[in-house]
Design a protein around this ligand. Sequence first.
Ligand code: PEP
Ligand code: CO
Length: 447
Amino acid sequence: MQKQWNKNSWRTYPISQQPIYDNKDHVKKVESEIEKLPPLVFAEEVRNLKEKLADVAEGKAFLLQGGDCAESFSDFSANNLRDSFKVLLQMSAILTYATSLPVIKVGRMAGQFAKPRSEDFEVKDGLKLPSYRGDIVNDIGFDEVARKPDPERMLKAYNQSAFTLNLLRAFATGGLANLEKVHKWNLDFVKQTTKSKFLEIANGISKALDFMKACGLGTKNNSEFEQVDFFTSHEALLLNYEACLTRTDSIMGGWFDCSAHMLWIGERTRKLDEAHIEFMRGIENPIGVKIGPKTDSDYVIDLINKLNPKNIPGRITLITRMGSQNLRYNLPRLIKGIKDNKKKVIWSCDPMHANTYKSDNGYKTRSFDRIIEEIEAFFLIHKQLDTFPGGIHLEITGQNVTECVGGEQEIKEENLSDRYHTHCDPRLNANQGVELAFKISEFLKTN
Ligand code: PEP
Ligand code: CO
């Protein structure tokens, strides 16, 4: 018999990856302030996403989830956010055409501030300091003051999330989401590439748009052409912050974590008898779970029984992040376990987190080719096993950064220092993101 859940029941469980604050009273004071602040997202929006994700689970829609590895206070600006929103929309237009399915757009945005770390401490030139755990916890600068966890940062993260959501809502319903405009940006991209296949795909989209216009769709004030639904997500890592924003829905009941529409559990915090699973099982939001190379299928079934005992489609997204080699070996076994137990899940591919390495000149980077390889392996395996490859999960920014090597721009290790801005893991830049979407289209056409 499971113990009764409440939004603080996780506090009696073992917990990983949390900051150690000096002043517990200060933490409590901040928590009670956040508890009084308005929700960032609303239950009805979360239910709307859940319905769309149920379609993904049934093979009737595709999930595109992406954004920063770690949002930061210093890089926040309307222009940066607009550019990241833009690239997701551009990719979405290409993927809609490639899959002939609606693409559900979920940003790693408006709350992606807390980071799990493989080491609790960082040592540089003999100085040992607590690791950077994301701007919601401490500062990335390497000195004692910067690295000290400060609970006030939770309020700053809340405020920045509210500003971000305000902009995202405006972008999603304002002129920025106009499909013809989005397609024009893609045509501009294609003009710079040497890949004739991309041009073919872009021309196909142009023709489809012309056809729709000829049918009377796409004229001014047609909401399908002018607006998009855009949702937010982040890793539910810092549980006291998440609990403070967990509210009951006054209309239909149930508990919703109103910090984001979708939350996910990271690879390092998903032990069945620990706090993160306890917290997540009680909220109504759709839940992602990162699935690394060592995950076995019995564990996944136990996890689903805990998080989704009623087997509701769209509730669970399994986000595999294994690297293409491990994926070829492990994904078929996981898929078999899910099929044998008749579980309803979305399969999503994170091709980023198992493909990180240190370049010769000391940068944490990823290769565009390895990223593509993992995505292609993911699509092929699902095709062979007759299951639906439901989505992709990316670390990406609209800025022209040089953090991942490769792609048409031919970013090399010696270029990484040019514009390496990430606060945590290396992100695809806007061109690499659009190129990736075209590559997926090309792959789907020929496979
Ligand atoms: C992340 O998504 O930034 C992350 C830390 O992923 P994972 O939990 O899969 O390592
Ligand atoms: Co990351």
